[in-house]
Design a protein around this ligand. Structure first.
Ligand SMILES: Cc1cc2nc3c(=O)[nH]c(=O)nc-3n(C[C@H](O)[C@H](O)[C@H](O)COP(=O)(O)OP(=O)(O)OC[C@H]3O[C@@H](n4cnc5c(N)ncnc54)[C@H](O)[C@@H]3O)c2cc1C
Length: 395
């Protein structure tokens, strides 16, 4: 099966040794018959800081114990929580929302309110409709002005989903269920007009062979759970290695894998459109305390307020993890992603995405600074540009 590779594997070059043997490097010649042409030719990314159109900053809603999916009676309302998915909110959305709607429908109600219109609110609302419920979404903001709109847009189901120490067998079962259900549901969005979802090749690029690469050192901080390799091995592609000389990125070592990518502009539009077409209603509303839910007509609610739950419910277990994207003018002919020197490049059709992701998942941890950092954006773009210097990379 063609499938995705985990973020941590993406960062670690899939943890596999670069296989120098068996690589087919130099097979064709063009012009100069003495100079071999590498087999793998990359269309240069026009990575240049003057092509940055937007810098966005957003906080991942991380909970050390994983997403909140319990049910709570608040006054006359039954509230099913569906928030706290860290860096995996899009990736787990269908599976997590499927669990939340089962709990909501168990109340017997068929008129259900969904608080929030991000990844989790939208998928909860659509799944409720498919189950025959009448749904109203109540939210302060709608796409494209929700935090979910500012995500990278990759299927990364265990990215900052919980701490390793909290990944109990029960949590692992729940996570696997959410991840598999989401993965399968996303297949239904492949090949649609507007390309809401697609698979891309992603290249982990290193200046050194795997044997010389620095391994992460334990620094005493709790580790984030790494679940994909253990629980979804069948959804990972084999990967392929490219040694220097076998590709057009100079003397670097490459590992290729497949990743599912979400073109969030068209994907969110599709979800919102489907919700409205199915008769869904949307009301703009801001809630300051859970008691404000009392004025809603529905007795059963799904709370999908994401990081907003920290203020609304006083949930201090939500930790912000800052992430910044530099958005660059789209370049449709580039259809591969790159990870190089702590920077991720994603070829989204609604704008190329460059992002400093740092050395580990603590990058941006407990940082809710919303101010864009131009220096960081330039660093992200220039790091990728460095791969193409010597080729026609600038625009
Ligand atoms: C830089 C970055 C990159 C990321 N990349 C990825 C990725 O590649 N793949 C992936 O799967 N995940 C990724 N994530 C994580 C993902 O974006 C989140 O997990 C996800 O967006 C959370 O969605 P949500 O629906 O819970 O919250 P949100 O998108 O924040 O939606 C919350 C909704 O609730 C509403 N709301 C909040 N509070 C109130 C209130 N008091 N009253 C009324 N309405 C309220 C908001 O207006 C909004 O409509 C990334 C996150 C960041 C920051």
């Amino acid at each position: 099966m063609q499938a995705s590779i985990g973020r941590r594997q993406l960062l670690a070059g899939a943890g596999a040794a670069i296989l120098l043997g068996g690589l087919e490097g130099c097979v064709t010649t063009l012009g100069d018959s003495r100079k071999p042409t590498p087999k793998l030719q990359f269309v240069p990314v026009r990575a240049s800081t003057d092509r940055i159109t937007r810098i966005t900053v957003c906080t991942r809603p991380f909970r050390a114990q994983g997403p909140r999916l319990d049910t709570e009676q608040i006054g006359s309302k039954l509230v099913v929580h569906n928030y706290g998915h860290g860096g995996s909110g899009w990736s787990l959305s269908w599976g997590s929302s499927s669990i939340a709607i089962r709990k909501a429908l168990a109340s017997g109600d068929r008129d259900i309110g969904v608080i929030g219109c991000g990844a989790l609110g939208l998928t909860s609302a659509l799944l409720l409709q498919r189950a025959g419920a009448r749904v109203t979404i109540y939210a302060k903001e709608l796409p494209p002005n929700v935090r979910s709109s500012l995500a990278t847009g990759l299927w990364t189901p265990d990215s900052r989903i919980c701490l390793e120490e909290n990944a109990t067998p029960e949590f692992k079962r729940l996570w696997e269920q959410m991840a598999r259900e989401s993965f399968q549901t996303y297949q239904n969005f492949l090949g649609l007009s507007g390309t809401p979802v697609e698979f891309i090749d992603n290249y982990f690029v290193s200046d050194e062979p795997a044997s010389l690469r620095r391994r992460a050192v334990a620094d005493g901080r709790p580790r984030f759970a790494d679940l994909q390799r253990e629980l979804l091995p069948d959804l990972l592609t084999q990967g392929a290695d490219f040694a220097p000389g076998s590709h057009s990125l100079g003397s670097r070592y490459l590992r290729r894998s497949s990743l599912m990518m979400f073109n969030l502009a068209s994907y969110q539009r599709l979800l919102l459109g489907d919700f409205r077409t199915n008769g869904g209603k949307i009301e703009i509303a801001e809630f300051h305390t859970p008691d404000d839910f009392g004025k809603l007509r529905e007795k059963t609610l799904i709370n999908a307020t994401g990081y907003g739950a920290r203020a609304l419910f006083g949930d201090q277990s939500l930790t912000p993890v800052r992430g910044q994207l530099a958005r660059v003018i789209p370049q449709p002919e580039v259809n591969y992603g790159i990870f190089y020197r702590g920077v991720s490049f994603v070829p989204r059709r609604d704008g190329l995405v460059f992002q400093v992701v740092g050395e580990d998942d603590y990058y941006g941890f407990n940082d809710d600074t919303a101010l864009p950092d131009r220096g960081e954006a330039d660093r992200a773009v220039n790091t990728i540009a460095g791969l193409f210097s010597g080729t026609a990379s600038s625009g």
